[in-house]
Design a protein around this ligand. Structure first.
Ligand code: 7RM
Length: 637
């Protein structure tokens, strides 16, 4: 059985036909996709949905385990094929090649460690791990026994870990003692220990030793990964899950308040991520696929682990950073591993495009066939640099638009099959029904003319998030109340006369910095903790490399004057509560913030000032304090 090619559409005509069928009769379409997987019991009902509640259920009555689809079913035909190639931070350390059979054994073995430590189906397990194969093993081991993984990106602060653990009452935390990142070594265990002071639900901490350094361990709570393996047996039958059982929680920033724990379920997520992986990337059996994202983001979940493994592909995991030992590292790895499919983010492309081209030309990139982009709109300049210098004008670029909430790719070219166009994510994949809404909430019909509006989706797709953990009301509010019976993406988009989409960016208060979604509200909350600070407003402004950077407007208590120490302390506060990625590039001290009469800060105006676009600030007459604007402009940075 060839798991990689059995779902692939092979021509533009085939795509168009499949798309039409998927719209006319979505259930029959998704039935035929789902039929290609291994189920213990086939589903009774393909889809039940109601966007007003909102409730979405796919493949109800179906019984399966996603790890049997990622591992067991490949053993006969692909057992000796490499599943994961791990490339360490240090180019002199050896890569690891793990076959499907080896991965199957490791996952089963570690699944028994979880069981031995009291983890059962439905329990939540927090993973705070570096990019090492053990992260993949731990997440799959959770899925094997029906435990719910909640992966927290290993660049987040202890406060961020604690709030995520507490939100979903995780019973266990899995981490590593240290992590290498370029020339730096970060002690993850120490950060965890700080978080663990405020996480009463955690009973056990499993620590993987990535380095030989001594590790502080708390007796009765902390155990070593390796010691636990010695006590565990190696065979672990997969827990049989309902299609709608929870597979994982992944937190994403919201525009207000605390991060949202997006809940993904088993059957639909598997079907959706695998189908999109196979189609968008069009891998051949011997191809080598590398997605540079961290597994702590949805891109890593769906397109380093679940999608590629369910498809029987070889997937690369890279521990390091693009700049170490020099800015040629990505290209050196492509050359060394003969990478055929390379998937990265515009922010990385922009950073690498700033480096001497010599760093590209030193490496042989002839193995490359397909390039991918994800995370934010890719600008024209970056697109051409990527196309000319990396793809040598010979590799289609798949600009894949999707979200943590969508689980899988929604709008994207299909490599070599559907046309690409610079800066356009192009056409919806089969089963995806995007629409554009105007300011008044009316749908902009697909006519033979261009349109611009807010992007919504009008029909469910299998890999969509089902709820926000512990807060279904918020799920409804954020995604299903802007437009009745439609999923609202939070993005703006442009559509040309032939139906190609270009995503223009967020329309709410989330800023994407270097591809990381950052809610401005939690950053403001962190800044406001400072005793000298009254309030603050954080907005994004365009940045050459990061895509967007953060600009903080801060008001101080009377009698306190701005100084460098304050600036430093603000950055530290943000770094501590959210992470270094959220530190503002610019901090301006102001005597007041522009506000509406109901007291809401007018971030729209602050965004324009931060972007040095002050010619038309729009209607400021509704402001409580319009006189403040000129003061802010004249002191802007
Ligand atoms: C996969 C991921 C989601 C937000 C989304 C957009 C932006 C992502 C593209 C893009 C333009 C793209 N999940 N976004 N991909 N914008 N073109 N190809 O990034 O939850 O972290 O972010 O990212 O604004 O709403 S995410």
């Amino acid at each position: 059985m060839n798991f990689q090619k059995n779902l692939q559409l092979k021509s533009f005509a085939e795509y168009k036909k499949a798309y039409q069928e998927s719209i006319k009769d979505p259930e029959t379409f998704w039935d035929s996709v789902a039929d290609t997987f291994y189920w213990h019991k086939k589903w009774d009902k393909t889809l039940e949905w109601d966007f007003s509640t909102p409730e979405v259920k796919w493949f109800q009555g179906g019984k399966l385990n996603i790890t049997e689809n990622c591992l067991d079913r490949h053993l006969d035909t692909l057992g000796n094929k490499t599943a994961i190639i791990w490339e360490p931070n240090d180019p002199d350390e050896e890569s690891r090649h793990i076959t499907y059979r080896q991965l199957f054994v490791k996952v089963s073995h570690f699944a028994n460690v979880l069981k031995n430590n009291g983890i059962k189906k439905g329990d939540r397990v927090c993973l705070y791990m570096p990019m090492i194969p053990e992260l993949a093993i731990a997440m799959l081991a959770c899925a094997r026994i029906g435990a719910v993984h909640s992966i927290v990106f290993a660049g987040f602060s202890s406060t961020a870990i604690a709030s995520r653990i507490n939100d979903s009452n995780c019973k266990m935390l899995i981490t590593a003692n240290e992590v290498y990142r370029g020339t730096k070594k970060v002690n993850l265990k120490t950060i965890c220990d700080e978080a663990l002071q405020n996480t009463p639900s955690i009973e056990t901490v499993i620590v993987y030793r990535r380095t030989v350094e001594p590790t502080p361990m708390t007796a009765g709570r902390d155990v070593f990964w390796f010691d636990e393996l010695q006590k565990a047996t190696k065979e672990c039958p997969a827990e049989v899950m309902d299609a709608e059982d929870m597979l994982f929680i992944l937190y994403t920033s919201g525009s207000t308040g605390k991060p949202k724990g997006m809940v993904h379920t088993t059957g639909g997520y598997m079907v959706g991520t695998t189908f999109t992986f196979q189609n968008v990337f069009q891998m051949d059996p011997d191809d080598i696929y590398w997605c540079t994202a961290d597994i702590g983001w949805i891109t890593g979940h769906s397109y380093i682990i679940y999608g590629p493994l369910a498809a029987g592909a070889t997937t690369v995991m890279f521990e390091g950073v693009p700049s170490y030992p020099d800015y040629g590292r990505f290209w050196e790895i492509c050359d060394k591993l003969n990478v055929t499919h390379f998937y990265t983010a515009p922010t990385a492309i922009r950073a690498l495009a700033k480096q001497p081209l010599e760093l590209v030309h030193q490496h042989n990139l002839t193995s490359l066939k397909v390039l991918g982009s994800v995370g934010e709109p890719i600008n024209e300049e970056a697109w051409h640099w990527y196309n000319d210098n990396i793809g040598k004008s010979n590799c289609p670029i798949v600009d894949t638009w999707w979200q943590t909430e969508t689980g899988g790719i929604m709008i994207s070219p299909i490599a070599g099959i559907t046309p690409t166009r610079p800066t356009f994510a192009t056409l919806p994949l089969p089963g995806v029904q995007p629409i554009l809404m105007d300011e008044k909430g009316n749908e902009l019909e697909l006519k033979a003319e261009k349109a611009e509006g807010r992007l919504a989706i009008k029909f469910p797709w299998p890999s969509m998030a089902r709820t926000i953990y512990g807060n279904h009301e918020r799920y409804k509010d954020v995604y299903f109340s802007a437009y009745p019976n439609k999923y609202f993406t939070g993005d703006g988009a442009y559509r040309d006369a032939t139906g190609n989409y270009r995503i223009t960016g967020r329309v709410d208060d989330v800023v994407i910095v270097s591809g990381h979604n950052l809610g401005t509200a939690p950053i403001e909350n962190a800044i406001n903790e400072h005793e000298a600070i009254v309030e603050s407003a954080v907005v994004g402004f365009p940045h050459d490399i990061k895509g967007n950077a953060l600009y903080a407007y801060v008001t101080l208590y009377n009698g306190i004057s701005p100084n460098d120490t304050l600036t430093k302390e603000i950055k530290e506060l943000v770094s501590k509560s959210i992470g270094a990625i959220a530190k503002p590039d610019k901090i301006q001290f102001v005597s007041g913030l522009p506000k509406t009469r109901s007291g809401k800060i007018m971030r729209r105006i602050l965004r324009k000032i931060a972007s040095k676009d002050v010619s038309n600030l729009g209607d400021t007459s509704t402001l409580l304090n319009p006189e403040i604007i000129n003061k802010i402009i004249s002191n802007s940075l």
